[in-house]
Write a protein of this length. Structure first.
Lengths: 116, 112
């Protein structure tokens, strides 16, 4: 199956700093990528949908100025957590949709963010 | 309103047994129903998926049963193995929007 990578896999930062997480589709082009947040023992919460070359669509309650998303190419989307605080500590997962229309979503391995 | 309801929350099965996880959805516009398997500290991995034009799909030990009129679908894991112990999520999505609505997850433990 298709492979999606995320970098870094784990990051620890100080409160107030910004953190960038990269999501790459390695062997397919992804016009749409999704960013999720997952708390321990909970389901995935969709944060935003990222379309190549256009602005991301954020879900209700997600601060777009806090979570900056850039989808610069068909294989790369980035999520920047700006001015991170301890409550932003979470597991962030991206996924990439293969093909147009109804396409399978492939998930990255996730990034564990810890804000001290 | 939770659009995809998943049950049970947790499940313990003996090795060799059948694991059954159920999901029910609200939105009749959903037309793609995948199941994902997630191990601790890892991202979800697509296990098997079905579209509403078929009632059943089987891949190895994994089978999805789909009941369109009841708006329900289920995952059956035959001959469950300890390595199947993970969290399973059902999901549903519609059309070109592509974004998935996930169930709350089921933690499966297969005892040796």
């Amino acid at each position: 199956g298709a492979v999606v990578s995320q970098h870094p896999s784990r990051v620890i930062c100080k409160s107030g700093t910004s953190v960038k997480i990269e999501c790459r589709s390695l062997d397919f082009q992804a016009t749409t990528m999704f960013w999720y947040r997952q708390f321990p023992k909970q389901s995935l919460m969709l944060m935003a949908t990222s379309n190549e070359g256009s602005k991301a669509t954020y879900e209700q309650g997600v601060e777009k100025d806090k979570f900056l998303i850039n989808h610069a190419s068909l294989t790369l989307s980035t999520l920047t957590v700006t001015s991170a605080h301890p409550e932003d500590s979470s597991f962030y997962i991206c996924s990439a949709r293969e093909g147009a229309g109804i396409g399978t979503q492939y998930f990255g391995p996730g990034t564990r963010l810890t804000v001290l | 309103q939770q659009q995809v309801k998943q049950s049970p929350q947790s499940l313990i099965v003996q090795k060799g047994g059948i694991s059954i996880i159920n999901c029910a959805y609200e939105n009749t516009a959903f037309d793609y129903f995948p199941w994902y398997q997630q191990f601790p500290g890892k991202g979800p991995a697509l296990l098997i998926a079905i579209r509403p034009d078929v009632s059943e799909k089987k891949e190895g030990r994994f089978t999805i049963s789909f009941n369109k009129s009841a708006k329900q679908f289920s995952l059956h894991i035959m001959d469950s193995q300890p390595g199947d112990s993970a969290t399973y999520f059902c999901a549903a999505s519609k059309g070109n929007a592509g974004k998935s609505t996930f169930g709350d997850g089921t933690t499966l433990t297969v005892k040796p």
